[in-house]
Design a protein around this ligand. Structure first.
Ligand SMILES: [Zn+2]
Length: 427
């Protein structure tokens, strides 16, 4: 029966159906060697009292029936942690779900939609967050994420619709997320270098980051020998922001033109022979063209491709802004020698383009030219950084509704930290 329930070092006494709710209740006790251990540190400790009587732990369904383990929850007196509820082999300390349940939820959360996880497991998304948090904390204890760290990227990621931030560190060589913490300031980043320790900090050879001063300050303080390079993802993001600024300007121009040239129509369907209203049409198309302009061309849907074609044809100025953005993105795909030429050509093109947002961008590019070319020279321009950023940002959206940033970090680390959860009972 223990096998069927996925529990170890546990005796299953009997299984019954709860007459009131129809759920299965399995009465269990830990094997003798597992009894009277502190819930915090697992140390053998003298028994203190019976505690608050029997407790239930939700575990995986048996067949289609919701199932719980039921056991006494006595307290022990740990020399270090004082009076605490005794550890049980089937669940983490103070968790209301069993380890196999936690494990399955974390696997699902890294593989399926929020909807699939909550419906299949019959739990709230917030509960998924608490489970992820404790599973990650356990996982993190078992391995060293900083092993052989040489080239890292530091970034800040916003969540809660841009109201809050976490700082993340990625390993450019393994393509893994290695560290994340709530906050975006010097104190937060110092915590990373403290965890890494001084000796290993000195082993860092390259650090990529956006132009944030607080990152530069701490990197100079903790690994002064590392080469600082621009993060290509952020440079391309500057171009994307400039493009969006121009899109809004173009939309405003079209709106003004529509107001001037195309008086408002009365209610109802317009007559068949009504004059065409190109400015109004442009206003409508530009309003929701952000994605078509923003996405990488290889990821566009058919509809977005048509929209992009239409924009380039009817709004040459916005079309030019689009090609400027794509041009800059292309620079990062080139070998270093070609990139040097291409970047300088791009700067010359942007300087003359008469689109204020790109003239301004061109000045930032000139200012950061050396660190941009350094990122290409040191091979940090690969799509990996971009794909990591995209994935983390996607996770911040999925994690919306988790109670704590720790749950968001847990989900990100379990998904991208190189220690993906496995299903219970599989290896
Ligand atoms: Zn203890």
């Amino acid at each position: 029966m223990g096998n069927l329930l996925g529990v170890e070092k546990t005796t299953v006494h009997h299984v019954e159906t709860c007459p009131d709710t129809g759920v299965l209740l399995a009465r269990v006790t830990p094997h003798k060697s597992m009894r009277n251990r502190c819930g915090s540190c697992s140390r053998k400790s003298p028994r203190y009292d019976r505690g608050a009587g029997p407790r239930r732990w939700r575990t995986l369904d048996l067949g289609t029936t919701e199932t719980y383990l039921v056991a006494e929850a006595p307290r022990v007196n740990c020399p270090e942690h004082g009076v605490t509820v005794a550890a049980v082999p089937w669940a983490r300390h103070q968790a209301g779900h069993t380890r196999v349940f936690d494990q399955q939820v974390s696997w699902l959360a890294t593989q399926c939609s929020k909807f699939a996880v909550t419906v299949l497991m019959r739990i709230a998304w917030r509960t998924v967050g608490s489970i992820i948090d404790r599973v990650w904390k356990d996982t993190a204890k078992a391995f060293d994420p900083f092993k052989d760290l040489r080239r890292i990227g530091i970034d800040e990621i916003s969540y809660k619709r841009g109201h809050k931030y976490i700082t993340v560190v990625v390993d450019h060589d393994s393509g893994r997320l290695v560290w994340a913490s709530p906050g975006r300031d010097k104190a937060t980043l110092r915590k990373f270098f403290d965890a890494l320790d001084a000796e290993r900090s000195a082993g860092i050879t390259h650090v990529s980051a956006d132009a944030a001063n607080w990152i530069a300050t701490i990197v100079a303080e903790r690994c002064p020998g590392a080469v600082r390079v621009a993060d290509p993802f952020h440079v391309v993001m500057w171009a994307t922001d400039a493009l969006d600024e121009e899109r809004r300007a173009s939309w405003n121009r079209a709106r003004a033109a529509a107001r001037e040239n195309e008086p408002a129509r009365g209610p109802g369907r317009p007559a068949k022979d009504a004059p065409s209203r190109p400015d109004s049409e442009k206003v409508r198309t530009l309003k929701d063209s952000r994605m078509a302009l923003w996405k990488n061309p290889e990821n566009l849907t058919d509809k977005q491709e048509v929209k992009l074609g239409w924009i380039v044809k009817t709004d040459p100025r916005l079309g030019r802004a689009y090609y400027l953005k794509e041009g800059l993105r292309t620079v990062f795909k080139l070998p270093h020698a070609d990139a040097v030429v291409a970047l300088d050509r791009w700067v010359a093109w942007a300087r003359r383009c008469r689109i204020p947002a790109f003239v301004k961008l061109q000045k930032s590019i000139v200012k950061h030219r050396d660190s941009i070319l350094a990122s290409i020279e040191h091979g940090l321009s690969n799509g990996r950084i971009e794909s990591m950023n995209t994935k983390i940002r996607l996770i911040t959206r999925v994690a919306f509704g988790f109670k704590s940033p720790e749950a968001l970090i847990g989900l990100a680390m379990l998904s991208l930290g190189g220690r993906k959860p496995v299903l219970p009972g599989r290896e």
